[in-house]
Design a protein around this ligand. Structure first.
Ligand code: A3P
Length: 305
């Protein structure tokens, strides 16, 4: 989705929805981080919902064991609050900006902003950031599926069709998509994770899929609540993984029929959750072009997908 379906506005080298832009500025200027905060950060459609579910479950595992988890009755985005479009966007299900200081710590928060544009206090305080990245082709296809569903709701036009995927591919490669450009977003967090590994944990969707248990343990260590031998032996990690699996979350009533806001159905956050699903939508030559772009953009970073 490029400028032809959503009015985009450029700010500090990244693109935002013009209607959401005032919320983004308010968030950036007025939000104050606390040193106990945990931030999930991401480019859209890279596994935010999954990481939110895991983070919530890991941190609350004693208070809310997986079998009695609020995730069974609430969407993950109601438990780890999005800042710029959720709290500052006036989502009725989330606390208001003036209630932010009343949220018990540790606060679990989320932003799609690139690292450089985060509020200054997020960058300078002791709070921690967990970033999730995903290969650009699956991200692109997920993006292409998701936003038309929201636009359809906002416009009330039941016949609304997704943007042509070739045009969207072009927009994505040019960086002209919400929170784009993609590679600059990813590299911004990647560099911070190398410079300050205690502050920024960089995760990849594909790694998480391949060895979920390993990365669940890494997340727990990073946020300062490692799993004990007893917990490991009792299968707590496995219970969390199952609770947060796409098949489980997707099948819950709240995620089948609930609404996150007036225009966002909970079910839109759960589609296939596949690696390489892009092959059904994009041609080999498009993939080749993306690989060339990726090589250029990630050269000398040590990062690859
Ligand atoms: P697909 O559209 O490729 O299926 P985000 O949460 O950042 O919006 O990303 C959404 C993508 O993550 C979607 O990918 C969605 O299906 C997938 N997803 C959602 N919940 C997931 C989970 N619990 N485990 C794995 N993938 C999940």
């Amino acid at each position: 989705m490029g400028s032809s379906t959503v009015q985009l506005i450029k700010f500090e080298d990244f693109w935002y929805s013009s209607t959401r832009f005032p919320n983004i500025i308010t968030f950036q200027r007025h939000f104050r981080a606390q040193q106990t905060d945990f931030f999930v950060t991401s480019f859209p459609k890279t596994g935010t919902t999954w990481l939110k579910s895991l983070l919530f479950s890991i941190i609350n595992r004693n208070h809310h064991p997986p079998k009695q988890s609020p995730l069974l009755t609430q969407n993950p985005h109601e438990l780890v609050y999005d800042l710029e479009t959720g709290i500052y966007g006036g989502n009725q299900k989330l606390p208001r900006p003036q209630q932010l200081n009343n949220i018990p710590s540790p606060r679990l928060l989320h932003s799609h902003l690139p690292y450089a544009s985060l509020p200054e206090s997020v960058k300078t305080s002791e709070c921690k950031i967990l970033y999730i990245a995903r290969n650009p082709l699956d991200t692109l296809v997920s993006h292409w599926h998701f936003y038309p569903k929201i636009i359809k709701k906002i416009s009330g036009d039941e016949d609304f069709q997704p943007h042509d995927i070739n045009a969207f591919f072009e927009d994505f490669c040019q960086g002209n998509v919400l929170f784009g450009p993609f590679f600059e977003h990813v590299v911004g967090y990647w560099k911070q994770s190398l410079e300050r590994p205690d502050k920024v944990l960089f995760l990849k969707y594909e790694d998480l899929k391949e060895d979920t248990s390993l990365y669940v343990k890494k997340v727990a260590e990073f946020i300062g609540v490692p799993f004990s031998y007893v917990e490991e032996n009792e299968g707590v990690i496995q219970e969390i993984i199952e609770l947060c699996s796409i098949n489980n979350l997707k099948g819950l009533e709240v995620n089948k029929t609930g609404m996150l806001s007036k225009f966002v159905e909970n079910n839109t956050f759960f589609r296939d959750g596949e690696i390489g699903g892009w092959r059904r939508y994009l041609s080999a030559s498009m993939a080749e072009r993306m690989n060339t772009l990726m090589e250029q953009k990630l050269r000398d970073t040590g990062l690859s997908f």
